[in-house]
Design a protein around this ligand. Structure first.
Ligand SMILES: Nc1nc2c(ncn2[C@@H]2O[C@H](COP(=O)(O)OP(=O)(O)O)[C@@H](O)[C@H]2O)c(=O)[nH]1
Ligand SMILES: [Mg+2]
Length: 454
């Protein structure tokens, strides 16, 4: 299994840390030196390793140890978070056009990377989602490649378009799109030819397709077994052809796994899927957080950390309540409370734990909050100066105009947010115990409450 050796080494480093009561700066540095070695041995890109250990060290040395964790666990927590960040934090989906509009996906990569297999794997996933894919045999250099795609397509119950090996890939692609239009296929996946090494001819062929066909996404397939080469290949393809995302194959093998940690950091392009075997069902969506836990291989400690974080949130909440009572509640706290709600699964999941809230009210509240709206609010608050955030009363029209321009919204949106903020503040004052307090009472006010996000 990929990462076995890296996991083992990291676990050893952390075991030593865990047994210590307190961590000195030297402890942290010594541990990170070992982390660095382990990452390099796992074939993680050198620059990435350097930057990674630097960030971890800065955070580890400067940070307070969270309640419920020992210093060693605190370091693990930071390593885990930085690893997730390295891999892009969020899961990136293959970006497709909605409905019946035809998306064109061009698969690229070296020979043997797993393009043809991955093409069929992705087709299966898309079919499950209700899409109608068409697989296109653009690898005209090896007759076996066409047959391989046909066999795989058949297994997936997906149509394969081929014109044999006498036409240019770009012409096959064009013909395939016409075929898709006539037959109601809404995703066209072009399985292109690879070479053993990056070469001009291959790149030129891909560029030719891209400039003649309206490619929606170019997906690069790289073999995890090739380690840093995979990362270099990704950089070159991105430079010459332009890629939108990466599929990392053969992660089931005995690879050192470094590519998974480096690709995003080096190329800026997300990993969309990982190949976990030869079977057509062996393709997994890429989750940076799950991958980090897999690499760290410490489910128990990570669970402990999550718990400590939850408690930490509760502490913050109490602090917020105190601020509220003293009328110190500012926009920063407002943002914080929004983020907490997001983390805790939305406001409705919090409210549903409170007495006196009916389901009708809940669904009304639920409908009022949407992620986009929250993002806009965040944008507005980030456009405020720290002074404005902590002291909203200074927000005069000219400041509001500046903020609106900064956030790229209309000034009326800023006005609305400020008004809602004031109302929230007032309402919260009437509700002792909403944040972490144990006292009951004041919940009746919720039914009249003007939500911060509505
Ligand atoms: N173990 C494993 N093998 C894979 C994976 N993806 C592809 N392969 C194998 O790698 C070989 C080359 O794959 P292929 O799709 O023909 O590569 P292409 O030349 O890029 O089209 C085949 O034997 C595949 O079965 C994977 O995720 N895991
Ligand atoms: Mg192939």
């Amino acid at each position: 299994m990929a990462f076995d050796s890296l996991s083992e080494k990291l676990q050893n480093v952390f075991k030593n840390l865990r047994s210590k009561g307190r961590l000195t700066e030297d402890d942290v540095k010594a541990a990170l030196k070992e982390v660095k070695m382990a990452l390099l041995e796992a074939d993680v890109n050198f620059k990435v390793v350097k930057q990674f250990t630097k960030s971890v060290q800065e955070r580890a040395i400067g940070s307070d140890v969270m309640n419920g964790l020992n210093p060693g666990q605190m370091v693990i927590k930071i390593v885990n978070e930085e690893m997730i960040k390295l891999m892009g934090s969020e899961t990136t989906e293959l970006s497709l056009k909605p409905g019946s509009a035809i998306s064109i996906i061009m698969m690229a990569g070296l020979q043997g990377a797993g393009k043809t297999t991955t093409t069929a794997k992705i087709a299966g996933k898309l079919k499950q989602k209700g899409k109608k894919p068409l697989l296109v045999a653009c690898d005209v250099y090896r007759p076996a490649a066409i047959e391989q795609l046909q066999i795989n397509g058949e297994k997936q119950g997906v149509e394969v378009f081929s014109m044999g090996d006498k036409n240019k890939p770009v012409d096959i692609a064009k013909a395939a799109i016409e075929h898709a239009e006539k037959n109601g296929c809404n995703v066209v996946i072009l399985d292109t030819a690879g070479r053993l090494h990056v070469d001009e001819e291959m790149m030129a062929e891909l560029v030719d397709i891209k400039s003649n066909v309206d490619v929606t996404q170019t997906i690069l397939v790289v073999d995890a077994m090739t380690g840093q080469d995979a990362v270099n290949v990704a950089s070159m393809f991105d430079e010459k052809v332009g890629i939108d995302g990466v599929v990392l194959t053969k992660l089931d093998g005995d690879t050192r796994g470094g590519a998974a940690l480096s690709i995003r950091a080096v190329t800026g392009k997300p990993i969309l899927y990982v190949g976990m075997g030869e079977k057509l069902s062996d393709l997994e969506q890429f989750y940076p957080d799950r991958m980090a836990s897999r690499i760290l291989g410490m489910g128990d400690v990570l669970t402990l950390i999550e718990k400590a974080e939850a408690e930490f949130d509760a502490d913050k909440a109490k602090d917020m309540e105190r601020k509220l009572k003293k009328a110190e509640f500012g926009f920063d706290d407002y943002l914080e409370s929004m983020n907490q709600m997001k983390k805790m699964g939305g406001i409705s999941s919090i409210l549903s734990m409170m007495p006196g809230i009916g389901s009708a009210q809940l669904s009304q509240i639920e409908g009022a909050i949407d992620e986009k709206q929250m993002a806009r609010i965040e944008g507005i608050i980030y456009s405020m100066t720290p002074k404005e955030r902590s002291n909203p009363s200074i927000l005069n029209p000219s400041r509001k105009r500046r903020i609106a321009a900064g956030a790229g919204v209309d000034i009326s949106e800023v006005n609305r947010l400020v008004k809602q903020f004031e109302q929230t503040r007032k309402m919260m004052k009437q509700m002792p115990g909403m944040f972490g307090g144990k006292k009951k009472g004041g919940f009746g006010a919720l039914s009249k409450m003007k939500l911060p996000f509505s």
